[in-house]
Design a protein around this ligand. Structure first.
Ligand code: PLP
Length: 406
């Protein structure tokens, strides 16, 4: 029998998808399921943006190939928007360009392919988004993890990061703030210390995944590492897109912003591997007034803030205040199972990862779907999506906590 590649064989099934499928199956049978797994906003994008897409549907060019690295006008608009949102002067990014791809996931994997040689080490700060390891390994790289837990506020220690940098050559570091899965925005002082550290390692690329940068519910806006040391910009690549900020995961538009030379190489990979992204959406983004994004996001961020306040309230009502930590952005919260009676009752050895077993039990017995975070670099925890209706949270969370306390 013909065999598939070792690369393809090494990719494990997505636990999230499997759980989601099970939850959907139960729902289809008419059962009430509290689903906390969503990685997308349950809202439609702004009406004027939808109208802009409709408008572009009248033109032939919307149905034809766009330039392989994306439309020129959209690139400029993206760069201008980025510059003003990050408060950067034109000089500091005068050599920058944009690559428009089929979603930020595609942006990240294309850039990994552009900078990683087999055996290169890429540092991931845990908890991290579960797709990064697959991308790194897919291009022949190795991951080096620096993990954190609730007692660190889910921000890995700069000292530990420094120790790893001292002991091995790190080709790239991925920084994701606001963070999936923790919902944490790394603090200014943390970013400043990281910037100071990275200045000492000029051969390391900085991959700044800012896909959630507009989803934050406490001012000020989350900061990024290069804002504390603009000299890092010459080896930084920033990732953004419309999936989260425009509630448009299905339209597949992602942006990489970074130095021209590296983006022109990445553009060649993109040209041969996938071509330019969706033409109609790119042209609609050119035409639509981006200043409307702010208003669109106000009610969403208010909803997220309210839900995290409700969550805190319910945790304290159940005497589980020790599971609380402050989130500021993205739309997730991590529930630490290791600090619960249920975990103590089930465990047979220290440090055993029971999250998968516990989340399966939660779905089958309590009809609650949450995502176990083993693949995100965090044992004995589950990710809760905060995009749900407040009512779902008020009904589902007490059941979940009751299970953890039993
Ligand atoms: N980065 C992070 C941290 C994410 O959570 C996601 C999606 O969930 C992405 C990137 C990719 O977003 P998309 O490919 O939908 O633009």
């Amino acid at each position: 029998m013909s065999k598939v590649s070792k690369r393809a064989d090494a990719i494990t099934d997505s636990v999230t998808l499997a759980l989601n499928a099970k939850a959907t199956q139960l729902k289809a049978k008419g059962e009430k399921v509290y689903n906390f797994t969503a990685g997308q906003l349950p809202f439609k994008p702004p009406t004027d943006f939808i109208e802009a897409i409709r408008g572009e549907s009248h033109f032939l060019k919307s149905f034809q190939y766009s330039p392989a690295s994306g439309s020129k006008k959209l690139k400029q608009k993206t760069l201008d928007d980025f510059k003003s949102r990050r408060n950067l002067n034109s000089q500091s990014i005068e050599n920058w360009d944009v690559l428009v791809s089929n979603g930020a996931k595609h942006s990240l994997s294309t850039i990994m392919g552009t900078i990683i040689d087999p055996g290169d080490k890429v540092m991931l700060l845990g908890p991290y988004w579960l797709s990064y390891p697959h991308m790194v390994k897919g291009w022949g790289g190795e991951i080096v993890e620096v993990l954190s837990e609730i007692s660190d506020g889910f921000a890995p220690s700069i000292e530990k990061i420094g120790q790893v940098f001292e002991s091995q050559k790190i080709k790239a570091i991925v920084v994701n703030s606001p963070n999936n899965p923790s919902g944490v925005c790394y603090s200014d002082s943390w970013m400043k210390e990281l910037a100071t550290l990275l200045k000492r390692f000029p051969e390391t690329w900085i991959l700044s995944d800012e896909i959630y940068s507009e989803l934050y519910y406490y001012d000020p806006a989350p900061s990024q590492v290069y804002q504390f040391a603009p000299e890092l910009l010459e080896r930084t690549l920033c990732f953004d897109g419309i999936s989260k900020s425009l509630a448009s995961t299905g339209l597949r538009i992602g942006f990489t912003l970074g130095p021209k030379e590296v983006l022109s190489k990445a553009g060649k990979i993109q040209a041969h591997f996938s071509s330019g992204p969706n033409s109609m959406i790119q042209y609609a983004l050119e035409e639509w007034d981006w200043s409307q994004k702010k208003d669109f996001l106000i009610s969403i961020n208010d909803h997220l803030r309210k839900n995290t306040q409700v969550l805190k309230e319910i945790l304290y009502e159940h005497a589980l205040g020790k599971l609380w930590y402050q989130t500021q952005g993205a739309f997730y919260f991590l529930l630490d199972f290791s600090k619960t009676a249920k975990y103590e009752a089930l465990k047979t050895s220290d440090d055993e990862d029971l999250a998968l077993r516990m989340t399966e039990e939660l779905l089958l017995k309590e009809r609650i779907a949450v995502v176990p975070t083993g693949d995100f670099g965090l044992k004995n925890a589950a990710r809760l999506s905060m995009v749900v209706e407040e009512e779902t949270l008020r009904e589902g969370l007490p059941k979940l906590l009751q299970y953890l306390k039993s």
